[in-house]
Design a protein around this ligand. Structure first.
Ligand code: SME
Length: 156
């Protein structure tokens, strides 16, 4: 399906603001802000970045907008760790029913997590939360996957 007008605009904004900027933190910060400012009913938008600690795979908090969030999430845990382990997008209509959901902001009711790849390697995940049940649908998955691809291409 073609992307919605809103996601086309988000992609255009993200491409423009990241063009020629040779810094991942700057670019991920601006992409988080674009999501947070443009998507309706969103209370958190940002990135977790894959890393290692004591020989185990983790996600560590990256640039985001919203309330302070959990700093590290183990591979396979919560919605983010599931997206990491399965290398696919995870859309949760009701986070209260998702086994192992990690409640960083207790107002969150639905969530979408999309993996970000640098080549074949999983760089991290993009996570967007909403205070409304069922906020994220197929349009959002396709739009955010296109955005994650754009991010993957500009990563250093
Ligand atoms: N809810 C996520 C944790 C990250 S916060 O929503 C920002 C999870 O279950 O992985």
């Amino acid at each position: 399906m073609p992307l919605t007008k809103q996601y086309n605009e988000i992609l255009t904004l993200a491409a423009a603001i990241t063009e020629g900027v040779p810094n991942n933190v700057s670019n991920l910060s601006n992409v988080s802000a674009i999501l947070f400012e443009n998507l309706k009913d969103v209370n958190w938008a940002g990135f977790y970045i894959a890393g290692e600690q004591n020989g185990e795979e983790w996600l560590f908090l990256g640039p985001f907008q919203g309330r302070p969030a959990c700093t590290s999430i183990k591979r396979g845990k919560g919605v983010c760790g599931t997206a990491m382990a399965e290398r696919r997008s995870v859309v949760v209509e009701n986070v209260l029913e998702f086994p192992g959901h990690i409640a960083c902001d207790e107002r969150s009711r639905s969530e979408i997590v999309v993996p970000v790849f640098r080549g074949d390697e999983l760089f991290g995940v993009m996570d967007v939360d909403s205070g409304k049940f069922g906020r994220f649908g197929e349009d959002d998955r396709e739009g955010l996957e296109a955005l994650a691809e754009l991010v993957g291409r500009i990563l250093l």
